[in-house]
Design a protein around this ligand. Structure first.
Ligand SMILES: *[C@@H]1O[C@H](CO)[C@@H](O)[C@H](O)[C@H]1NC(C)=O
Ligand SMILES: *[C@@H]1O[C@H](CO)[C@@H](O)[C@H](O)[C@H]1NC(C)=O
Ligand SMILES: *[C@@H]1O[C@H](CO)[C@@H](O)[C@H](O)[C@H]1NC(C)=O
Ligand SMILES: *[C@@H]1O[C@H](CO)[C@@H](O)[C@H](O)[C@H]1NC(C)=O
Ligand SMILES: *[C@@H]1O[C@H](CO)[C@@H](O)[C@H](O)[C@H]1NC(C)=O
Length: 413
């Protein structure tokens, strides 16, 4: 049985993670985010602005909920949660440890507390709360780049004392967003490990290899670039059953957000993200001028960040022994996974000699041609085929409460 509040006493957080990922606001940057206009945006300024659905959303509704009204769905989700808490006697005293407080965002104007679960749309939701707070010039969360999301000056529980926190929990509307736990792990793996991400490889990647791989090569030990999904999960299991405490980014929602101790008023799901965000905005009577579609330039901005990443990271990746073809393959996979680019029928040819300007043109061209799709959920399940059934069964057991509390059926493998 997990004792909330003591979970993070030991090693479970490498400070550098906060810079790359993490819904926890460990680094409070006071600067106002510059809403810059890139050169590329200016080039295409005259192109008609198009709208696309939220890129982190999978679209659609959760199957078993299809016939219900949005209000009924919320009611059912909350009842399910409370029932599971009660049946398993999980209603205990709330203690949120210091580090964990960074996952709780509070907006005193809106009177909202948001528990930001990593890998569950938090990059978007943090930008949304920032826009809602009126501190941004923009009405569209996507005008703030995804990379800037984690540096936004949002208030968290870390800057409040216990009596204030108790007040917020008692009086404010409390919201969290959840996701099928295994898909959350897939997303984490794709973003941090599968992606061209030498910064993450050298931290987490190397640690995973040293922990779970029996016979690793010198280059894998040095780079941590070639962790398989099976190994990523083996490491997750190791954390859970071993002495090492889980990395906060993959930890259960149960331990991150204390859903039995805090009476959440709203439970959103990644699987019905668009609908849930809209309903939530309606319920908190949010300003009506918020633009929830990802418009042409801001989505492109995120794609162009990936173009820059490619050039920043390609040489370091090559030093890890990856061939250029492997780097490009992984690069595309992750662009598709992030839903930034819809897989085209034939992939453009990226070569060593392709310049950044040429790659930018390729991306703008792909961007023009693509249509909004809902392939994300479906595609991401493919990686499960590479993993042993025993592993999935174990993880389903570790995330048992997350499955039950939030009404997820365990995936048939
Ligand atoms: C908590 O903070 C509030 C606001 O800053 C302050 O008024 C109050 O005295 C503090 N309470 C305790 C117990 O420190
Ligand atoms: C370890 O891997 C190396 C190279 O991949 C191989 O030559 C060696 O036989 C392996 N050793 C064991 C004990 O499997
Ligand atoms: C990567 O390395 C090549 C030569 O190996 C060099 O020409 C190129 O400028 C480097 N790129 C970056 C972005 O450092
Ligand atoms: C993916 O989606 C298609 C069409 O919706 C469906 O036929 C197929 O079974 C799905 N595949 C998986 C692995 O869920
Ligand atoms: C989940 O499992 C329950 C019980 O086995 C079943 O009735 C329900 O249809 C399942 N839902 C989905 C979406 O598969």
């Amino acid at each position: 049985m997990v004792t909330v509040g003591t979970v993070c006493k030991r090693r479970c957080w490498h400070p550098i993670y906060g810079l790359f990922l993490g819904c926890g606001a460990l680094f409070i940057i006071k600067e106002i985010i510059q809403l810059h206009k890139t050169v590329e945006e200016k080039i295409i300024e005259n192109v008609a602005r198009q709208t696309f659905p939220l890129s982190e959303a999978n679209g659609g509704t959760v199957d078993e909920e299809a016939a219900k009204s949005p209000g009924e769905i919320q009611q059912t989700r909350i009842e399910t949660l409370r029932k599971v808490c009660q049946v398993n006697s999980l209603n205990k005293d709330l203690v949120i440890s210091e580090l964990w407080k960074g996952f709780f965002f509070v907006d005193q104007e809106l009177k909202v507390v948001y528990c930001g679960v990593p890998k569950v749309g938090c990059t978007f939701l943090k930008r949304l709360f920032y826009v809602l707070s009126g501190k941004s010039r923009s009405k569209n969360p996507y005008d703030i780049s995804a990379n800037a999301a984690h540096g936004l000056p949002l208030e968290t529980f870390q800057t409040h004392n216990d009596s204030e926190i108790a007040y917020f929990i008692e009086h404010y509307k409390k919201v969290l967003f959840v996701r099928e736990p295994i898909k959350r792990l897939i997303s984490g793996y794709n973003d941090k490990i599968r992606a061209i991400n030498p910064g993450y490889w050298s931290g987490l990647g190397r640690r995973i290899i040293k922990t779970v791989r029996r016979n690793y090569s010198e280059i894998s030990e040095r780079c941590g670039h070639d962790v398989s999904f099976q190994e990523f999960l083996d490491h997750r299991i190791y954390e859970e059953i071993g002495q090492s405490k889980p990395d906060m980014h993959w930890d259960t929602v149960y331990r991150t957000c204390h859903p039995c101790m805090i009476k959440y008023d709203f439970i959103g799901k990644m699987e019905s993200f668009n609908d849930d965000v809209n309903l939530f905005l309606h319920q908190i009577n949010a300003r009506k001028d918020i633009v929830l579609h990802e418009d042409y330039t801001s989505k492109l901005d995120n794609i162009l960040i990936e173009v820059q990443n490619f050039y920043d990271r390609v040489n370091k990746s090559a030093e890890c022994g990856l061939t250029f073809e492997e780097i490009v393959k992984r690069y595309w996979e992750v662009l598709f996974h992030k839903n930034l680019i819809t897989p085209p029928t034939t992939l453009p040819n990226i070569q060593k000699t392709t310049t950044k300007e040429e790659l930018t043109e390729i991306m703008i061209d792909l961007y023009h041609r693509q249509k909004a799709t809902k392939t994300l959920t479906n595609k991401s399940f493919d990686v499960l085929k590479s993993v042993s059934k025993a592993t999935i069964a174990k993880l389903q057991d570790f995330y048992k409460y997350d499955f039950e509390m939030f009404g997820y059926n365990k995936t048939e493998i």
